[in-house]
Each structure stands twice: as structure tokens, then as C-alpha cells.
Design a protein around this ligand. Sequence first.
Ligand SMILES: NC(=O)c1ccc[n+]([C@@H]2O[C@H](COP(=O)([O-])OP(=O)(O)OC[C@H]3O[C@@H](n4cnc5c(N)ncnc54)[C@H](OP(=O)(O)O)[C@@H]3O)[C@@H](O)[C@H]2O)c1
Length: 286
Amino acid sequence: MRVAVTGASGYVGRAVVEALVALGHEVVAVSRHPRLGDPGHGLGLDVLSDDLRPAFAGADAVIHLVGIIRERTDVGVTFERLHVDATRRVLDAVRQSNVPRLLHMSALGTSPRGGSAYFETKWRAEEAVRAAWPKATIVRPSLMFGGGADFFRTLVGLAHNPVVPVPGDGRTPFDPVARTDVARALAAMVSDEEASGETFEIGGPERFTLNQLIDRVGQAVLGRRPPLPKIHMPLRALRPLVALGEHVPGFPLTKDQLQMLGIPNTTDDTRWHRWVPEPRHLDRDL
Ligand SMILES: NC(=O)c1ccc[n+]([C@@H]2O[C@H](COP(=O)([O-])OP(=O)(O)OC[C@H]3O[C@@H](n4cnc5c(N)ncnc54)[C@H](OP(=O)(O)O)[C@@H]3O)[C@@H](O)[C@H]2O)c1
């Protein structure tokens, strides 16, 4: 099949393109800055402004991955634009190009009152997909690990401290899932009618609280014996500091991410195991 992938050069996109190529699909890899050497046929397009039809023409499926975790309001990169507006533009182009199959990347935790702008705009993007394309497949993964995930890099940084500063009480649960497993599932769903019209929540095989994740990372990467000494900082007290810091390049957290650290991110949906029967456990490859 010929599959067009938006966000193909990103953390998830690179793994999705590899998984598609491994299954023998021809890939059109869409992003603003396609890199020489990336697998797939790269096309440099902005999903917010460019005509996407040249990328989707003749495609048997589109996988729409573009999304952000951090806004850059100074340059107009907002959740509203990148999640809701971009998805609407992709939907229009998919319809105009007569592409028969659409897979849409959402996120676990998405809901109308998700408690964070990320989750709420992801929900509105899903609503747009459901309204325009009832047969689309929507996937909602939990936090992903493997191949240098930003969140886990931050945890490694934190775990270096003699006493680890933890935002909140550290009891929020997560089901981290391997990026390559999510990619394999998406690549398999492309050609499987069973996935049509379904929404899959995708979580990994183990559940960790944030405290446990920090311990696991500290042990696996730094060889520190768990439990690591921690100091818990109330989310409310951190908010003013993060509100100031989030505008500084390199500051590790935004207000929205701080909010998300207090929202459980778990699922008992295992239907995706039909494509990935033995999802990977969290290990040293973060
Ligand atoms: N990472 C996770 O743990 C996780 C968990 C759940 C869900 N997700 C979802 O998975 C998707 C991918 O996330 P990611 O972690 O791979 O993010 P990422 O590494 O930041 O990748 C984003 C991709 O989107 C492209 N992009 C950004 N703005 C664009 C624009 N205006 N036009 C065209 N392309 C644009 C980027 O390429 P250019 O900059 O070259 O354009 C890049 O290829 C997102 O929807 C995210 O919400 C991620």
C-alpha cells in the first residue's frame, strides 16, 4: 500500500515509517523539514498552510501524527492550531484526495474536560475526525519510551540528584508503552479492516506511579538502588515558578505538563495486542 504519514520525521513518526517499510509499504513522509536519509519518500509541507493534496494523491491510507506537547505562542504554535486546525486541514485533504483509510494519533487521557489544554484539544481533534470520518481508526497511546523520549530523559536528569525533586505527590499512575510497539500496531492497523471505526487505548504491560518510574529509571540507567530519596513539591506551589520558567528555552516543564502530571494515565484496553501480542517492558532503552 502507499501510505502518507504526517509528522513522519518526529519521535513517533520515524518509528512508524520504519514499521511501514518493514511491512513492504511505500511511504510518503510529510513534515516541514524532511531529512535526507530518513526512510520513505520525504515531502516538505506545513500542515497548517500548504496544500496537502500532492502528498495524499494516490495514497491508500493516511496516518496523521502531527501534534505538540509544548506550545510556542510567540510563533503561533498552539495546541488549538496544531491539534484542531491541522486535523481539520488533513481531513479536508484526505476527503478531496479520495484516500480510503485514515489513522489518527490522539493520546491517552483525552476527554472533553481532560484537565489540560493538550488533552482537551486532542479531544476536539478526535471529535472532528469522528464527525468527518466515522471509519477512521483513532489511537490513544500512553507515555512512550525508547529511543530517547524527552519525558524519560527528564526523569534521568532528575534521578541524578542526591534527593530527587518530584512535582506533586508522585502517586499518579502511568502505563508507559514502547514507541516501537505503538508504531508496529499502527503499521498493522493500516491494512486491517478490523481496526476501522475503532478507538484503541494503548498502554504498556506495567503500571508505574511517577515515584516508581523515577526509581526504575534511576536503577536501570544510573544503577542507583531504589527507592531514591525524594522531595515532593505540591503542584499548586510549583505553578507560579513553572509559569515563569516555561518561556525560557530548555526549561523542563510547562504549566500544562505540570497539570498532566496529576492526571492518571492508564488503560485496561488490550485489544491492540492482536497486532502486538507481547508489548515490551520498560528497560534501559528509554
Ligand atoms: N511522545 C509521546 O510519548 C506521545 C504519547 C501519546 C501521543 N503522542 C502523540 O504522537 C504524535 C507525535 O508525537 P511525537 O512525540 O513524535 O512529536 P515530535 O517528535 O515533536 O514530532 C512532531 C512531528 O510533527 C511535525 N510537524 C510539527 N509541526 C508541523 C507542521 N506545522 N506541519 C507539518 N509537520 C509538522 C514535525 O516535523 P517538522 O518539525 O519537521 O515539521 C515532526 O515530524 C503527537 O500527535 C503526539 O501528541 C505522543
